[in-house]
Ligand binder design. Structure first.
Ligand SMILES: Cc1cc2nc3c(=O)[nH]c(=O)nc-3n(C[C@H](O)[C@H](O)[C@H](O)COP(=O)(O)OP(=O)(O)OC[C@H]3O[C@@H](n4cnc5c(N)ncnc54)[C@H](O)[C@@H]3O)c2cc1C
Length: 335
């Protein structure tokens, strides 16, 4: 069986790792397949799924996710265990596990034709490849989803985000997110140093700065040292987007991860769900076709919850005060 996977990201490489024994080709548009971004939290279910394909991640363990208000108090502690890792470390583990696959970089899929027997794939470098399956694992802006004719649109959530890695230790044992007015700060302890993310509610057309603005340095967030320890040109800025609707592709051309159901990262679930999609798809690809099966409802639920958490988290002005007053009733202890 020959499987062509488009996208050497988290989902695509997990699928390749799970298809050991098959002929696998990975198509990646970038010149080098690497983990772009700062850090990532993976819960135990995703880590177990990775272990099932012999990818054993060694990250900073956490046992809860804490939520607080700026200048103030912890409002909630969610029992959630897993590990926090850098994207580059996760990516190199996945690349090792998928080393049996043939990786073709700096190319993409121009068009494909499905038949009952398989898929014929034309690449942008002029090559033509025949495969049994073509899997779109090419992220939120998926070209395979577009070639399938999906009407899913990329939708701005109202927030932009900066992510960075600091050499400093935050003094926290578990990840914490602190909500201010139109701004959120996330602090995630790593084995060495800290992953920090900052979100700001800004209108769609407004200018974005490459590094976070000084408003994040207010003492209310308590992260001045961490922010200042990240070199200005090392921040990675992205708008937080989601897909307007989910698309899972066809039997010969299935989609997974962000390509299928890209949602906002407010629950820290996107990579975990891409991994779980990949493992489920690998178990179904050559048998009775049951994809997306249970993956469908699970991802709709996460997308909806994630959107709502984002809306409450990015509240600004009077809405932020109303939110904070209501949440303060639940406040447990000083941060
Ligand atoms: C700020 C932020 C924080 C996050 N934090 C977390 C977290 O803590 N935990 C978590 O589980 N998730 C988190 N996520 C979500 C997570 O990063 C994504 O959901 C996850 O990376 C999706 O994996 P994927 O394999 O579907 O796509 P990606 O990892 O995006 O991989 C897609 C790959 O396809 C390639 N590609 C794209 N287009 C083409 C093309 N046309 N041809 C060939 N190749 C192509 C890309 O170069 C890339 O290598 C976060 C996201 C953001 C933005």
């Amino acid at each position: 069986m020959h499987v062509v996977i488009v996208g050497a990201g988290i989902g695509g490489l997990t699928l390749a790792s799970a298809l050991r024994g098959c002929d696998v080709t990975i198509i990646e548009q970038r010149p080098v397949a690497e983990g772009i971004g700062a850090g990532l939290m993976l819960h135990d279910e995703a880590l177990d799924a990775l272990r099932s394909v012999e990818v054993d991640i060694v990250g900073q363990k956490f046992s809860e996710f804490r939520l607080g208000l700026s200048g103030g108090r912890e409002i909630r502690s969610i029992a959630r265990s897993g590990q926090a890792v850098t994207r580059s470390a996760l990516h190199s583990e996945l690349l090792n596990a998928a080393s049996h696959a043939s990786l073709r970089t700096s190319t993409t899929v121009k068009k494909f034709k499905e038949s009952a027997e398989g898929v014929c794939v034309w690449l942008s470098d002029g090559d033509k490849v025949n495969a049994d399956f073509l899997v779109g694992a090419d992220g939120l802006g998926s070209s395979i989803r577009k070639l399938l004719g999906s009407n899913a649109r990329r939708r701005y959530s109202g927030e932009t985000c900066w992510r960075g890695l600091s050499d400093l230790h935050s003094g926290q044992r578990n990840p914490i997110e602190i909500w201010g007015k139109g701004r959120r700060v996330g602090i995630v302890p790593l084995l060495s140093g800290t992953y920090i993310y900052l979100t700001h509610a800004v209108p769609a057309g407004a200018p974005r700065t490459p590094a976070p603005t000084d408003e994040f340095l207010q003492p209310g967030f308590g992260v001045e040292n961490l922010i200042q320890s990240v070199p200005e040109d090392a921040w990675i800025q992205h708008d937080l987007d989601e897909l307007s609707n989910h698309t899972w592709g066809t039997h010969r051309v299935p989609l997974l991860g962000d390509a299928a159901h890209g949602f906002t990262p407010n629950l820290g679930e996107g990579a975990a769900q891409a991994i779980l999609d990949a493992i489920y798809l690998a178990g179904n690809i050559s048998g009775v076709w049951q994809y997306p099966g249970p993956r469908y409802r699970r991802n709709v639920r996460i997308a909806t919850m994630s959107r709502w958490v984002g809306r409450v988290g990015q509240a600004n002005g009077v809405w932020a005060s109303v939110r904070d007053n209501m949440l303060s009733v639940l406040a447990r202890r000083p941060l």
